[in-house]
Design a protein around this ligand. Structure first.
Ligand code: LLP
Length: 419
């Protein structure tokens, strides 16, 4: 585990023992290693250094302001999918010309916001979106810089809920049909066509579908250039997978190689939008055992974190490693299902995890939780959002506090006829 290691039998993040943090922060909480995130970014950036590639951190993976700032300080721009994410990026000082706006359902209000902020590029996903952007730009007296996301119709081997590059997915415009849309766009007064984009799915462990998609987007680019449409940016999306248990994710040099082999990096600006790979293994969710419950067939550890804090196991059957914070060596490990307090049988964090004897009040860490963990959390069952902690060497900072119950309740009120 990156920067999450046992010292004297106690799990540490960088040089800090989790027990130390848990003395001042109530569980559950997310805990991130800033050194791990920086290393991931720098390794990726070094592998791509000769390829004219800019990195746009996909904020959706972990949108905490401090995490965005960490990547911004290293030179990253931001890939965003909502006005809220644009606001997050701008708030930590990402320049407007380093923001790319993706997503299939941008509203007129969001488009206006992006145009007024003069962000780098809006990635269009349909002809009707093109019309709306042109119309909005006309009203604002602006010229919208746009790229088109093409759908290369490529099968990828990942969870069905996170594949995006097949024709049956809602994303992108199928190529070559998209050519007509490009031609139409290039004649629109308030549209400036500057690029193409793809993103075929997430948690990709095999580079070959990506390579196929890169070829398709490069061929498409050449066709457009031949038509006199002067595209200059190719956005290759995100998608690089990580190791949750025993997966073998592609390495950055091999990724750089398929860019080098298939994309004209000397004449085009290359953009990538990594999310998971930068943050997943840099974060854990720390939780406490409330009860040990045996129902005859199974032994459950009922812990204080739940599906509202980490949805991935319930939603995608994702497997995250779970370990005790304090190792207690014993010869007979037992199998446990680790579940949260939420009133749903689907509130499972892990099934059949082998652990030493464990007692209430003991702490556990749920690994590889830095991406799509906190970002996908909710208040379901009126549970408070959990705090987020950022560690650097021996130091730690609370980068999101636990709200109070009053804060959670204050945005709701009774209807006027109820009071
Ligand atoms: N660019 C676009 C247009 C995307 O839609 C995504 C992710 C990314 C970049 C970043 O992809 P990454 O490098 O993180 O794979 N909640 C799911 C993952 C959903 C990914 C959505 N799009 C999960 O927990 O597995």
């Amino acid at each position: 585990m990156d920067y999450f290691n046992y010292k004297n039998g106690i799990l540490h993040v960088e040089d800090l023992s989790i027990n130390n943090i848990a003395r001042s922060i109530e569980t559950p909480f997310y805990c991130y290693s800033s050194t791990s995130m920086r290393k991931n970014y720098n390794d990726l950036s070094n592998s791509l250094s000769k390829l004219n590639t800019s990195i746009f951190y996909a904020i959706k993976a972990n949108s905490n302001l401090a995490i965005i700032k960490l990547f911004s300080d290293l030179g990253a721009g931001a890939d965003v999918v909502s006005e809220g994410e644009i606001r997050r990026a701008l708030k930590v000082g990402i320049p407007n010309n380093k923001i790319i706006f993706s997503g299939v359902g941008k509203t007129k209000k969001e488009i206006s916001f992006a145009l007024n902020k003069e962000i780098l590029q809006i990635n269009i996903e349909s002809e009707s979106e093109l019309e709306l952007i042109n119309q909005t730009a006309l009203e604002l007296n602006k010229k919208a810089n746009v790229a088109f996301r093409i759908n290369p119709d490529i099968e990828v081997n990942t969870h069905e809920k996170i594949t995006t590059g097949k024709k049956e997915n809602k994303f992108g415009i199928p190529w070559p049909e998209a050519k007509e849309v490009f031609i139409k766009a290039s004649k629109m007064k308030n549209i400036n066509v500057i690029g193409l984009a793809i993103h075929i799915g997430s948690q990709l462990l095999d580079l070959s579908p990506l390579e196929k998609a890169f070829k398709i987007v490069m061929d498409a680019t050449n066709e457009l250039l031949e038509l006199g449409i002067n595209v200059k940016n190719i956005d290759l999306g995100g998608g690089l997978g990580v190791k949750y248990v025993d997966e073998k994710p592609p390495n950055f040099n091999d990724y750089a190689d398929i860019i080098k082999k298939n994309i004209d990096y000397e004449n085009m600006n290359i953009f990538i939008e990594p999310g998971r790979r930068l943050v997943a293994n840099a974060g854990i969710l720390v939780t406490k055992v409330i009860y040990v419950k045996n129902n005859g067939k199974k032994t459950f550890l009922i812990v204080d974190a739940a599906m509202n804090d980490l949805l991935r196991p319930s939603l995608y059957d994702a497997v995250h490693q779970i370990k005790p914070i304090q190792v207690r060596e014993s010869k007979n490990k037992k199998s446990f299902d680790i579940v949260g307090p939420i009133c749903e049988s689907g509130d499972i964090l892990a099934k059949n995890i082998m652990l030493d004897e464990i007692l209430p009040e003991e702490l556990l860490s749920i690994h590889s939780a830095g991406a799509y963990g906190s970002a996908m959390s909710s208040n379901y069952n009126s549970r408070l959002l959990v705090p987020e902690i950022l560690v650097q060497n021996r130091d730690f900072a609370i980068i999101r506090k636990r709200p109070t119950y009053d804060e959670m309740l204050k945005i709701e009120k009774l209807a006027k006829w109820q009071v």
